[in-house]
Ligand binder design. Structure first.
Ligand code: NAI
Length: 479
C-alpha cells in the first residue's frame, strides 16, 4: 500500500512519520509545494521542533518515509491521499475574519482529480468546516475522468509539543465516511492502517459530518475551559482567592476533571481561535446567532485576558513603560514548540510596544527573524478584519532578541514570562534581581515561578489569578 500526504507541516510531517514507523509494510510520501520545507525535512535540521520527532524521522526516512516536492507523482501513485494543508481564517471577502479559507484545500483537490489514474481514498486531515467533504466530493467527481474517489474525514487531535506521544498513544482516532458499502470499505482500509498500533476500541467511526464537526467541537471545548478558568482568574485577583486552589478544587470533581484548567495569559496556537471562528461562522450561516454568540465569547475572554495582562504590567510600573527595558521570557505559544502562530506573546509585546517599551526577548526555540516577522505582521483583528494595523518599522526597532534569559533580564525594569518553558523554573532569580533596575518586577503569565521565594528576594511579583500584594493593589489596572 502507498500513502501520500499533501502538506508537510506541523500535522502532515509528524503524523506520517509515525505511520511510517508503525507500518513498515506501507510506503509513505509526504509532499509539499514549499521547496525549503521539504529540503529541511530531508536534512538534519527538521523544519519544526517537536520532542521525539528527530528520532522517528531518522528511523524511517529513506526506507519507507520520503519527503518530496514532486506532488503529482506521489499523488498519482498513492492508494490513500491525506490532505493536511493549512486552512487559515479568511482575511478578506465573504466571511472575512471568521470563515476558513479553503483555497489550499480546493487547489489540492483539483490537482488530485487531474493527476489520478486509479481509484483513491482521499482523507481530510486538515481541520475543515462541517460539510467540506461534500464540496471536495463535487470537485473530485466533476473532474475525475471516471476514477472513483472515496472521501474520509480523519481529523487530527495531536497537540504541538506532545505530538509524537499523542500519535503513539492517541485517546482516539476518528474516521468518518459515507454510510454506503463503498464508504464503509474505505473506512475499513484506513482503520487497518491505524490498527497497526492503535487498539481497536480507540478507533471510532462516524458519519462524515459528525467527524468533521467533532474536531471543531473538541477545540471549542478545550479553548472554552481555558477561557473559563481565565475569567475566574480575574475574579480571583479582585477577591483574594487563588486560582490554583480554585481550579484544583473544581477539577477534583470527576465530572469536570483536572486537565486544561491552568490560568494563563491566554491560549494561542494556529487552531483554537481559527476553529472557533469557523464554528461561529457556520452557526451564523445556519441561522443560529445565539450559538454563535456563545462561542464567540470564548475568544473575547482570551483577548480580554491578554489586554488585562498588558494593563497590569503598565499600571504596576507607574502607568508607563516608555523607554523601559522589559524582558520577555518565552515567545512560542506553549513550551516544547517553536510555533508562534497566534501566540499571546504577539499581543502582549504589541501592547507594551504601544506604550513605547523596549523589549528584550528570549525563547529557546524562536529565532529573531520569526519574532520580527510576527511583530511587524498586520494585526489580524477577527472582529474588524477590514481595519488591520501594521506595526511601524520604528516600533520594531524597539525589539531585540537574545539567546539567554540572563542577558534578556540584565538592566531590565520588568520581566514578563509568556511561555512555560521548563528552564524558566530553574533560573537563578537572585542573580537576575541583582542585575535589574529597582524596583524589579516579575509578571508571570504562566504561573510557573515561586511567588514567595521571589518576593523574599525583593521582586514585586504578579501571577495570574493569585492574591495581589500591597504594591499591585495600590496600582489598579483597568482591563
Ligand atoms: P502548516 O501550515 O504547518 O502546513 C501546511 C503545509 O501545507 C504547508 O507546508 C504548505 O506549504 C502546504 N501546502 C499548502 N497548499 C498545498 C498544496 N496545494 N500542495 C502541497 N502542499 C501544500 O499547517 P499545520 O499546522 O500542519 O495544519 C494543517 C491542518 O491541520 C490545518 O487545517 C490545521 O487546522 C490542522 N491541525 C493542526 C494542528 C496543529 O497542532 N498545528 C493540530 C490538528 C489539526
Amino acid at each position: 500500500m502507498r500513502i501520500c500526504c499533501i502538506g508537510a507541516g506541523y500535522v502532515g510531517g509528524p503524523t506520517m512519520a509515525v505511520i511510517a514507523l508503525k507500518c513498515p509494510d506501507i510506503e509513505v510520501a509526504v509532499v509539499d509545494i514549499s521547496v525549503p520545507r521539504i529540503a529541511a525535512w530531508n536534512s538534519d535540521q527538521l523544519p519544526i521542533y517537536e520532542p521525539g520527532l528527530d528520532d522517528v524521522v531518522k528511523q524511517c526516512r529513506g526506507k519507507n518515509l520520503f519527503f518530496s516536492t514532486d506532488v503529482e507523482k506521489h499523488v498519482r501513485e498513492a492508494d490513500i491521499v491525506f490532505v493536511s494543508v493549512n486552512t487559515p481564517t479568511k482575511t478578506r471577502g465573504l466571511g472575512a475574519g471568521k470563515a476558513a479559507d479553503l483555497t489550499y484545500w480546493e487547489s489540492a483537490a483539483r490537482m488530485i482529480a487531474e493527476v489520478s489514474k486509479s481509484d483513491k481514498i482521499v482523507v481530510e486531515k486538515s481541520t475543515v468546516p462541517v460539510k467540506t467533504a461534500e464540496a471536495i466530493e463535487k470537485i473530485l467527481t466533476h473532474n475525475s475522468k471516471g476514477i472513483k474517489f472515496q472521501i474520509l474525514s480523519n481529523p487530527e487531535f495531536l497537540a504541538e509539543g506532545t505530538a509524537i506521544q499523542d500519535l503513539f498513544n492517541p485517546d482516539r482516532v476518528l474516521i468518518g465516511g459515507r454510510e454506503t458499502p463503498e464508504g464503509n470499505k474505505a473506512i475499513q482500509a484506513l482503520k487497518a492502517v491505524y490498527a497497526h498500533w492503535v487498539p481497536e476500541e480507540r478507533i471510532l467511526t462516524a458519519n462524515l459530518w459528525s467527524a468533521e464537526l467533532s474536531k471543531l467541537a473538541a477545540n471549542a471545548f478545550l479553548a472554552q475551559r481555558i477561557s473559563s478558568v481565565n475569567a475566574m482568574s480575574a475574579l480571583c485577583e479582585a477577591t483574594g482567592a487563588d486560582v490554583t486552589q480554585v481550579s484544583y478544587a473544581v477539577g477534583k470533581d470527576t465530572r469536570i476533571g483536572p486537565k486544561f484548567l491552568n490560568a494563563s495569559v491566554g491560549f494561542g496556537g494556529s487552531c483554537f481561535q481559527k476553529d472557533i471562528l469557523n464554528l461561529v461562522y457556520i452557526c451564523e450561516c445556519n441561522g443560529l446567532p445565539e450559538v454563535a454568540e456563545y462561542w464567540k465569547q470564548v475568544i473575547k475572554i482570551n483577548d480580554y485576558q491578554k489586554n488585562r495582562f498588558v494593563n497590569r504590567v503598565v499600571a504596576s510600573m507607574f502607568n508607563t513603560v516608555s523607554n523601559k527595558k522589559i524582558a520577555i521570557l518565552g515567545f512560542a505559544f506553549k513550551k516544547d514548540t517553536g510555533d508562534t502562530r497566534e501566540t499571546p506573546a504577539i499581543d502582549v509585546c504589541k501592547g507594551l510596544l504601544g506604550d513605547k517599551a523596549r523589549l528584550s526577548i528570549y525563547d529557546p526555540q524562536v529565532t529573531e527573524d520569526q519574532v520580527q516577522r510576527d511583530l511587524s505582521m498586520k494585526k489580524f483583528d477577527w472582529d474588524h478584519p477590514l481595519h488591520l494595523q501594521p506595526m511601524s518599522p520604528t516600533t520594531v526597532k524597539q525589539v531585540s532578541c537574545v539567546w539567554d534569559a540572563y542577558e534578556a533580564t540584565k538592566d531590565a525594569h520588568g520581566i514578563c514570562i509568556l511561555t512555560e518553558w521548563d528552564e524558566f523554573k530553574q533560573l537563578d532569580f537572585k542573580r537576575i534581581y541583582d542585575n535589574m533596575q529597582k524596583p524589579a518586577f516579575v509578571f508571570d503569565g504562566r504561573n510557573i515561578v515561586n511567588m514567595e521565594q521571589l518576593r523574599e528576594i525583593g521582586f514585586i511579583v504578579y501571577s495570574i489569578g493569585k492574591p495581589l500584594d500591597a504594591w499591585l493593589k495600590d496600582m489598579p489596572a483597568v482591563a
